[in-house]
Design a binder for this molecule. Structure first.
Ligand code: NAD
Ligand code: TDX
Length: 339
């Protein structure tokens, strides 16, 4: 077993978003000696309520932009680690308006890398399986770390660019960085623009689910807490300069998933609408997480997807004030895209 790294003071970028806030909650619960500074711009996707109940002596929130080099440098002087979640994260938005994706995902990652270099920080970069493009439905292959990058959307191409900046900063400047590329996350605090929360909050409002294209596109689902434990494994025990794919064998077609959601609501399985497809819509993602499992001994805990889905639906049922206005705004954006 390799020597392990013990973070003491982590800057979590994007810690008021879906995965970042779940990671902060996970760290506070599982790692009692770690202090967290959240750096978040509070875009439409960031909500300070997501971490408002965290203990003040463990978690502080700095509202600011990861592209602000002076601010990032000031924070980096008092930390030993950056875990970088902040991004523009939604494919449909990236198609409608790509500019903020280039700015935050590429320029923002550059800014954080420069601060990590200047202060000798450990840097962990959160990325996506979408950098590999897509697989055919009948392809027996799954993504591995060796697969060439082939991103399809403005979102995934900016994530691919940011991964490559990290790789170059490791090789050229010798910074202490790792990358993880994860499949589709689900769980509490996910923005109602995304697939599962959109359909669930819609059903809670009496609106039928909306399926893009033929509904046969496949996504590989993982519970957000399993993503957090994988990030922790890579951060503390991963090899510097390496990429680790994160996934939990959760492949499902969108139509099967919509039907599973409808079943939980006791509704007819065909109670959904077809809508206009997403341009460039990736067909299938599938992750082989063998390297993470073999090298770092990581295992997912949420192996019963139906149960994880029921818990997630219950969370949205119980948190209507959390999602109500975000859902309205997201639906206004979808109406412009006729989706
Ligand atoms: P999200 O959209 O829910 O949250 C993003 C957060 O980043 C928000 O709190 C937002 O305010 C903040 N942010 C955006 N621009 C910023 C800026 N310029 N400066 C500071 N903060 C800024 O996203 P998410 O779904 O939680 O995704 C988090 C990360 O995980 C992203 O890097 C994404 O690419 C990656 N990822 C997501 C998934 C998924 O299924 N959601 C899967 C794999 C990887
Ligand atoms: O209303 C919908 N109907 C529908 O059929 C929505 C919102 C989506 N879809 C489809 C598109 C995708 O095939 O469902 C699938 C999932 O869509 P999203 O939730 O938008 O996720 P995806 O595009 O797969 O990207 C997600 O996973 C990878 C995250 O948003 C990314 O940040 C992450 O990198």
């Amino acid at each position: 077993m390799m020597a392990s790294f013990e973070p003491r003071h982590i800057i979590v970028t994007g810690g008021c978003g879906f995965i970042g806030s779940n990671f902060v909650r996970w760290v506070v619960r599982e790692q009692p000696d770690v202090h967290v500074t959240v750096l978040d711009k509070l875009t439409y996707a960031g909500n300070p309520q997501n971490i408002a109940d965290m203990p003040e002596d463990r978690v502080e929130l700095v509202v600011g932009d990861i592209c602000d080099a002076a601010l990032v440098d000031r924070l980096a002087a008092h930390a030993d680690t950056i875990v970088h979640f902040a991004a523009e994260s939604h494919n449909d938005n990236s198609i409608a308006c790509p500019g903020p994706f280039v700015q935050t995902n590429v320029q923002g990652t550059f800014t954080l890398l420069e601060a990590s270099r200047a202060h000798g920080l450990r840097f962990h970069h959160i990325s996506t399986d979408e950098v590999y493009g897509d697989l055919a439905l009948d392809d027996p292959a799954r993504f591995t770390e060796e697969r060439p990058y082939h991103p399809s959307s403005p979102y995934s191409s900016t994530k691919a660019a940011s991964d490559m900046l990290v790789q170059a900063w490791v090789r050229t400047y010798g910074i202490f960085a790792t990358i993880s590329n994860c499949s589709n996350n689900y769980g509490p605090y996910q923005h109602p623009e995304k697939f599962i929360p959109r359909q669930v909050t819609g059903l809670l409002r009496g609106v039928r689910p909306r399926l893009y294209g033929d509904g046969l596109n496949v996504r590989d689902w993982i519970h957000v807490d399993d993503h957090s434990s994988a990030v922790w494994a890579v951060l503390t025990r991963g090899r510097i300069g390496e990429t680790y794919l994160v996934g939990a064998n959760g492949e499902r077609s969108n139509i099967d998933l919509v039907r599973a959601i409808l079943r939980v609501f006791g509704r007819d399985e065909d109670d959904f609408d077809w809508v206009r497809d997403r341009p460039g819509h990736d067909r299938r993602y599938a992750i082989d997480a063998g390297k993470l499992r073999r090298e770092l001994g990581w295992e997912p805990r949420f192996t019963d997807f139906e149960e994880g889905l029921r818990q997630t639906i219950a969370w949205y049922r119980d948190h209507e004030p959390w999602w109500a206005s975000a859902r309205e705004d997201a639906e206004a954006r979808y109406a412009e895209q006729r989706r």
